[in-house]
Design a protein around this ligand. Sequence first.
Ligand code: PLP
Length: 449
Amino acid sequence: STESTLTTQEVVDITRTTNYGTWRFQKGWNPMHIVDAKDCTITDAAGKTYLDFSSQLMCMNLGHKNEAVIASIAKQAQDLAYAMPGYATTARAELSKLLLEVLPKGLNKFFFTTSGTDANEAAFKIARMYTGKTKIIARYRSYHGSTSGSIAATGDPRRWAMEPRGKQQGVIFAPEVNCFRCPIKHTYPQCGIACADYLEHMIRNESDVAAVLVEPIVGTNGVLVPPDEYMPKLRKICDEYGVLLIADEVMTGWGRTGKWFAMEHWGVTPDILTTAKGITSAYVPLGLCATSEKIGDFFQDHYFAHGHTYEAHPMTLAPGTATINEMKRLNLVERAADFAPYVQERLEAIKAKHPSVGDVRGKGLFWAVDLVKNRTTREPFNTYADKVSGKPLLVDQIAGKCLAEGVIIQAWVSHFVIAPPLIVTKEELDHGLDMLDKHLAIADALVEA
Ligand code: PLP
């Protein structure tokens, strides 16, 4: 705050000695002291500015300092800072009304949380109570959250740290959809979406399956866009076997992919949709678990055994309403869709120029640049095992160069995720892409001859 007497050195030292740095070894953590941010730009304590090319954690879709969202928070704090979840509030009704408008039709009963992680925990409990079954089929190369249930459903190696003491019961993993590095070594389209067939095989050979859980477009793990046939096929399989389909739209929701929600790309409505991040553009922590009418009806006569002190917290809901209104006013969903062909064209040119770029893919303002040592084998420069063992990663080195020149770009294992705020200008897009283009030379030099 402006009243603080702490020096920047004190801010950094207190932070790194008294707080945990997340998903990392604590040694070597030297966090940047951020003092200000506006639109797509953030400013550090030395006054240096950076283009935020990842919307922080792919969440600040409206960019920083949106006045309407800020005003909604101030007003709600004055009007009613808190009410127990058992009460009706105006903030709750206003947001619920808007959600009925923007969510895929048929999702009409809501449980509000304070993160994506606990939105997924709610989804698992609801799916288990509704079906009377236990197992969740999730997929490798996925992330669903950090608490015990959601980390157990996470396919990526962030789960591994929990496993020496025994994996939580009730989650099994299907192969992810990844046409660039197919885990079952098929080639699209000749495969006929064999990954979905394999998932059906799992359902047939398992008892007690409550739900299938998917990120519609896998986020952190590489912006993996499924072929158009996948999601309708999955919907059909789930219906045939009476298994619920849960779409985790924590990262893909709120215009990121050029639709309000990514499932709309394939006209598929899940039984449960979870989301967070962009729901308030990350101004306050809010998550949502939205269910279908038939699930809502079930709990008319069945005990809804779930809740939190902060469920439907008014301070989280008012900025949700303001965020949706701002997204509509600024036409941000259309804006993300309209930018997609331009971003794709620029990324294809980057791929053509750099032998280290194996694949570029995405939708809306959500793209991955996937690096390879060798274009024929598609071998990445680094692996998950490198990441969790603390080995320096090539993508981090490149992201570090971009950061030093004022562009914050998200790097993960062997790819970059491009996800600027949806208010980004064409000039800012070009600036961020030019910076990546410049520093990819580091990877090109390491490509196998
Ligand atoms: N699900 C997906 C797809 C995510 O990307 C994330 C976070 O990155 C989560 C769940 C967890 O959300 P949170 O970090 O708000 O708990």
